[in-house]
Design a protein around this ligand. Structure first.
Ligand code: FAD
Length: 395
C-alpha cells in the first residue's frame, strides 16, 4: 500500500529521514544487515535504544506521560517504515513492548515508577518466563510453583525456551499459586530478579547454531510479594493481555518490506549473473504473491493499530498479524534460499562482511534456519488459527 501522505505527514517523513541520516550509526546498520537472528545483539539494540530515547522517539506506542509520543497512527507507521528502510534494527520488545503495557494497565503506581523508566533507559533487560517443560501451547498447565512465606513467595520449578535469559537481569514469570481450580485459575504474574539466589540458566543451542534460548531453573527462590503484578491467581488475564502485544503490538509490515527489497536485490543479481535464471517465471510468481500478501498485511496492521492508538490493546486480531507476519517472512526466507542457490552452501555469516558479496547474502541461510522457529514462538501457527476461529470469527 502506498499511503497518500498529507503535507504535514510528508514533512514529518523528512524530519525522520534527517534524524536517521544524522544519528543512525553505520556500524549498527552493518550489523543489522548481517544479523540472522530475531533480535540483533543486545549491546547494539541498547545503543540504538539510547539514541532514540535521547530524541524522545524510542517508544512511540507508549502514552506521552511515560515517555511515548503523541503521534498519529500514520506518523508511527512512517517512523517505523523509515527506520527499517534506513537499516535500523528492531528494538528488543520483551520489556519495551510486552511487559511495559502490562505494567501500565495492571501494575501499581509504585511498580510503574520503579520499572517503566528502567525499561525505557535499558537499565533493566527482561526475558519472558511463560513456557515450561509440558506447558507450551497448553500454557495454562504450567507448574512453576510459588508458595507464600510471609511477605515473600518461594519459587520452585523451571521455565523453558527462555529467549535471552542468559543476557537478562530480570524475568517476568507466570507462576502457579493455586492448584485447586481450573488450570487458568491459580496463576500469578511475578517479576523476578535474575540475580536472586537459586536462579540458574542452562543454554539451548538451536539448529541454526545460535545461543538464544535457555532453560531457567528456580531452586527455592525468594521473591517479594510486592513483585506480583495485580491480584494473586489473576495472572492468566494479564498473561493473555501481554500475548496480544507480543503477537501484534507493533508494525511488522515495514520490516518485511525491507526484507522484500533485499530479496529483490538478490533476484536482480541472480538474473544478471545467469540469463537463464527463472526461465519459467516461478520466482516472479512467488515474488508477486509475497507482494500482494504484504499489502494485505499492511492494511490489516494499520487498521488494528489505529484502534490501539486510542490506548486500547490489540485484541485477538493480533493473532491474524502473528500468523501472516510469520508466513510472509518465512516465504521470503525460502525464496531467498532458492534464489542464491549454491551460494547458500556457505552457511556462516562472514564476520566483518564478505569481500565478494553483500553481507546479507551470507545471512540468507542462517536467517532461514533461525526463522523456522517463528511459527512456534509466541504461540504456534495452529494455536493462532484456533484463536482466530474462536475469538475473531466466533466459530
Ligand atoms: C526460538 C524460540 C524462542 C522462544 N522464546 C520463548 C520465550 O522467550 N519465553 C517463553 O515463555 N517461551 C518461549 N518459546 C516457547 C514457545 O512459546 C513454545 O515453544 C510454543 O508455545 C509451543 O509450545 P511447545 O514447544 O510446548 O509445543 P507444543 O505445545 O507441544 O506443540 C507441538 C505442536 O503441536 C501443535 N499443537 C499443540 N496444541 C494444538 C492444538 N490445540 N491445536 C492444533 N495444534 C496444536 C503445535 O502447533 C505444535 O506444532 C520459544 C520457542 C522457540 C522455538
Amino acid at each position: 500500500m502506498d499511503l497518500e501522505f498529507n503535507p504535514e505527514e510528508l514533512q514529518f517523513q523528512q524530519e525522520v529521514r534527517q534524524f536517521l541520516a544524522e544519528k543512525l550509526p553505520p556500524h549498527i546498520v552493518e550489523a543489522t544487515a548481517r544479523n540472522a537472528s530475531v533480535f540483533v545483539e543486545k549491546d547494539l539494540a541498547l545503543e540504538w535504544q539510547a539514541i532514540l530515547v535521547e530524541q524522545g522517539w524510542a517508544v512511540p506506542q507508549w502514552p506521552v506521560e511515560h515517555g511515548g509520543t503523541d503521534w498519529t497512527p500514520t506518523q508511527k507507521y512512517i517512523f517505523s517504515r523509515e527506520c527499517y528502510l534506513a537499516g535500523a534494527p528492531m528494538l528488543i520488545p520483551l520489556g519495551l513492548l510486552m511487559l511495559a503495557p502490562v505494567i501500565m494497565a495492571f501494575g501499581s503506581e509504585e511498580q510503574k515508577r520503579e520499572y517503566l523508566p528502567k525499561i525505557l533507559s535499558g537499565e533493566h533487560y527482561w526475558c519472558q518466563g511463560y513456557s515450561e517443560p509440558g506447558a507450551g501451547s497448553d500454557l495454562a498447565s504450567l507448574k512453576l510453583k510459588a508458595e507464600p512465606d510471609g511477605d515473600d513467595y518461594i519459587v520452585n520449578g523451571s521455565k523453558l525456551w527462555t529467549t535471552h535469559a542468559h543476557l537478562s537481569d530480570h524475568i517476568f514469570c507466570l507462576v502457579r499459586t493455586d492448584s485447586s481450580g481450573r488450570p487458568q485459575q491459580g496463576i500469578s504474574f511475578l517479576l523476578i530478579d535474575m540475580d536472586s539466589a537459586g536462579v540458574s540458566v542452562e543454554p539451548i543451542i538451536t539448529m541454526a547454531g545460535d545461543h538464544e534460548v535457555n532453560q531457567v531453573f528456580f531452586d527455592n527462590v525468594r521473591v517479594p510479594k510486592v513483585n506480583r503484578i495485580g491480584e494473586e491467581n489473576e495472572g492468566w488475564r494479564y498473561a493473555k493481555y501481554l500475548l496480544e502485544f507480543e503477537r501484534g503490538g507493533g508494525f511488522s509490515a515495514p520490516r518485511i518490506q525491507h526484507e522484500l527489497l533485499r530479496l529483490k536485490q538478490l533476484i536482480t543479481d541472480a538474473g544478471e549473473q545467469d540469463p537463464g535464471f527463472d526461465q519459467h517465471g516461478d520466482i516472479q510468481r512467488r515474488l508477486a504473491r509475497i507482494e500482494i500478501d504484504l499489502k494485505a498485511l499492511e492494511i490489516t496492521e494499520l487498521r488494528i493499530l489505529s484502534a490501539v492508538s486510542g490506548g486500547g490493546n490489540p485484541g485477538p486480531e493480533s493473532s491474524i498479524l502473528k500468523l501472516n507476519t510469520t508466513r510472509l517472512e518465512q516465504d521470503i526466507n525460502e525464496l531467498s534460499v532458492d534464489v542464491i542457490g549454491y551460494q547458500g552452501l556457505t552457511m556462516e555469516s562472514v564476520p566483518g562482511g564478505s569481500p565478494y558479496r553483500p553481507d546479507f547474502v551470507s545471512s540468507v541461510v542462517p536467517r532461514y534456519l533461525n526463522n523456522r522457529a517463528a511459527s512456534i514462538f509466541g504461540g504456534s501457527q495452529e494455536v493462532q488459527r484456533n484463536i482466530i476461529a474462536k475469538l475473531v470469527l466466533g466459530l
